[in-house]
Design a protein around this ligand. Structure first.
Ligand code: SAH
Length: 257
């Protein structure tokens, strides 16, 4: 999905902003950058410095003379705007847009363009009217305009979150489930724990006070991994050994008394 997203910058005038956009994109896993009639040098000391290691995006960026050329192969074009314009247009928040992306980015053909305007004047009405929808980052109404790269960062972050939610929902839990302690292991652990707590006289089965139930709830909430349970059992075994050793010492000293 992320490889279907194109960031289009129109008429950018500061190389530092283009560099910072490249950095924001690479941070969020986006790589398709298109520049429409930039009003500054793209490969510049400032852009390379602000890209902080993502300058390959500056080199691979496509250059176009017009917005139409930059989005010709896109099936959805969304223009980012800090202000509301005279003619109301379908408006989405970054989150609403991101939620639509998994279905909008179905391969093989579809691509989505996210279009950002000039630092001084934003996108023109004509440009905005070439977009399917507009996106506005909810900001302070009295101070609504973000820095260009900050705006790209916010939108790209929401896209990444939406992508993560479709991609990692199964992955981490699959990874995790392989190593999670089983029910039987946990039951053995609870028996061991109770035995040890009795041995160290922390727990009196005659006056349980829901101790074991509370401890069960704690461990079951934590869902320990096998390796973590092994550590906990190791601690119990060491505690039991110490207690037994102390017991022997006490017994021998009392025989000598
Ligand atoms: N001064 C311009 C804003 C320039 S900021 C104006 O008044 O329109 C550069 C670009 O960042 C904008 O064109 C827009 O694409 C994006 N941007 C900045 N703030 C934004 C916001 N709150 N919501 C959506 N996009 C925003």
């Amino acid at each position: 999905m992320l490889d279907r997203l194109r960031i289009v910058l129109i008429g950018t005038s500061h190389p530092g902003n283009i560099g910072a956009v490249a950095r924001a994109m690479h941070n969020m896993g986006l790589s398709d950058l298109a520049l429409v009639a930039p009003r500054c040098e793209v490969i510049h000391q400032e852009s390379i410095s602000r890209a902080s290691g993502a300058d390959h995006l500056l080199h691979s960026a496509a250059r176009h003379a017009t917005l139409e050329d930059a989005v010709a192969d896109c099936t959805l074009t969304v223009g980012a705007s800090a202000r509301s314009r005279t003619l109301p247009w379908p408006m989405v928040s970054p989150r609403e847009l991101a939620e639509r992306l998994p279905s909008e980015c179905q391969p093989p053909a579809s691509r989505v363009a996210l279009v950002f305007g000039r630092e001084d004047s934003g996108l023109t009405n004509a440009e905005l009217q070439r977009c399917n929808a507009h996106i506005h980052i909810p900001t302070n109404a009295d101070f609504s305009s973000l820095n260009l790269a900050a705006a790209v960062q916010v939108v790209a972050y929401e896209c990444r979150l939406a992508w993560l939610s479709t991609h990692t929902a199964t992955e981490p839990s699959t990874l995790h489930e392989d190593t999670l302690a089983s029910h039987a292991d946990l039951e053995r652990y609870f028996e061991h724990l109770e035995r040890t707590l009795v041995a160290i006289e922390f727990h009196d089965p005659a006056k349980p006070r829901q101790l074991m139930a509370r401890l069960r709830r704690l461990y079951l909430r934590a869902r320990p991994e096998q390796i973590e349970l092994n550590i906990l059992r190791g601690i119990l075994t060491a505690t039991e050994k110490q207690t037994a050793r102390r017991q022997v010492t006490q017994d021998t000293s009392s025989t000598h008394d």
